[in-house]
Write a protein that binds this ligand. Structure first.
Ligand code: ADP
Ligand code: MG
Length: 284
């Protein structure tokens, strides 16, 4: 992660990792653009990659990838992985002194791929009940425990969401290529960057992208003009894969590992790596 950030008098301080992105946060520009699906699939890609790269002897019991769902009212990561969340909204009201590695370990549920999930069951008004400082402390401990973290950040303007974004190495705004979604993407991008200053720069990714050009359809160039920023990547529309994944309660990478969606999500993860970002920024 890139920086220390002060939220509600709590300092969220995350160690920088040189050779890979440590923490990615993803926010949808609008509801339904595919943010949760992408969080789950990127986490799965990382889990598969680390299984490949770690030989059996070196493999420890310690999990390496954590997926965090910060939506305590309408989150869906647990449904995508068919896991029962082990954390409840009341765990997020405890004093920050009680938050340590043992507390965090007790709150995770583990998917067969090795992804550890931190999420609560949905609870009406859940986002109004939690204690912001508790969440910030939890994020701090999680960042020390895991090699990789993916955060599904809801669109609500709450202090812990801003803290999570500010403490991430990469912040993605996921959008569709429609006028309302691009308006919202621009609004969120400007608001987050204004709030966090030089700590963060949003990477804009277009999901459900159609390569064929239809009459009256927007193009990638239109989005770049509207946002005044290059698009980092596009991810194809792949309705069959995504439908199978959600209906099976498995990441797309499990149900259709060779699908275009999964391949595009792997490309996205590569494009977010430090050397790619460095060369893109120096070219700009
Ligand atoms: N690339 C894609 N192609 C086709 N459908 C997609 C794609 N990405 C997501 N979806 C579908 O869009 C819907 C919303 O996805 P979801 O991940 O829940 O979005 P969000 O978290 O942004 O609200 C789901 O039905 C999902 O299967
Ligand atoms: Mg979602």
């Amino acid at each position: 992660m890139t920086a220390s950030i002060m939220v509600n008098n709590d300092m969220l301080d995350i160690p920088e990792t040189e050779n890979h992105v440590h923490c990615i946060s993803i926010m949808g520009a609008a509801g339904g653009v595919g943010a949760t699906s992408l969080c789950v699939q990127i986490a799965h890609n990382i889990a598969m990659e680390s299984q490949k790269n770690t030989n059996r002897k070196e493999r420890t019991k310690e999990p390496r990838i954590c997926l965090i769902d910060l939506d305590f009212e309408g989150g869906a990561c647990s449904h995508h992985l068919d896991l029962a969340p082990n954390m409840s909204v009341s765990d997020l009201t405890v004093s920050t002194d009680g938050i340590d590695r043992a507390f965090v370990s007790a709150l995770t549920s583990t998917h067969s791929s090795g992804i550890d999930l931190i999420a609560t069951p949905n609870s009406l008004g859940g986002n109004d009940m939690v204690n912001p400082s508790t969440i910030v402390s939890l994020l701090d401990i999680v960042s020390q425990m895991y090699d990789h973290i993916v955060i599904d950040v809801p669109r609500y303007w709450r202090p812990w969401n801003i803290a999570a974004i500010g403490a991430s190495d990469r912040f993605i705004i996921l959008t569709e290529l429609t006028i309302p979604a691009l308006h919202l993407a621009r609004m969120r991008m400007n608001a987050v960057e204004e709030k966090l200053g030089e700590h963060i720069r949003a990477e804009v990714i277009i999901n459900k992208f159609e390569r064929r050009s239809f009459r009256n359809a927007l193009r990638q160039k239109d989005a770049e003009t509207a946002l005044n920023r290059d698009i980092t990547a596009t991810i194809c529309i792949d309705t069959d894969t995504l439908r199978d994944a959600i209906n099976c309660g498995e990441p797309a990478g499990v149900v259709r590992p060779e699908s275009r969606y999964v391949k595009d999500s792997r490309k996205v993860y590569k494009l977010l790596q430090p050397e790619q970002i460095k060369s893109k920024r120096s070219a700009a």
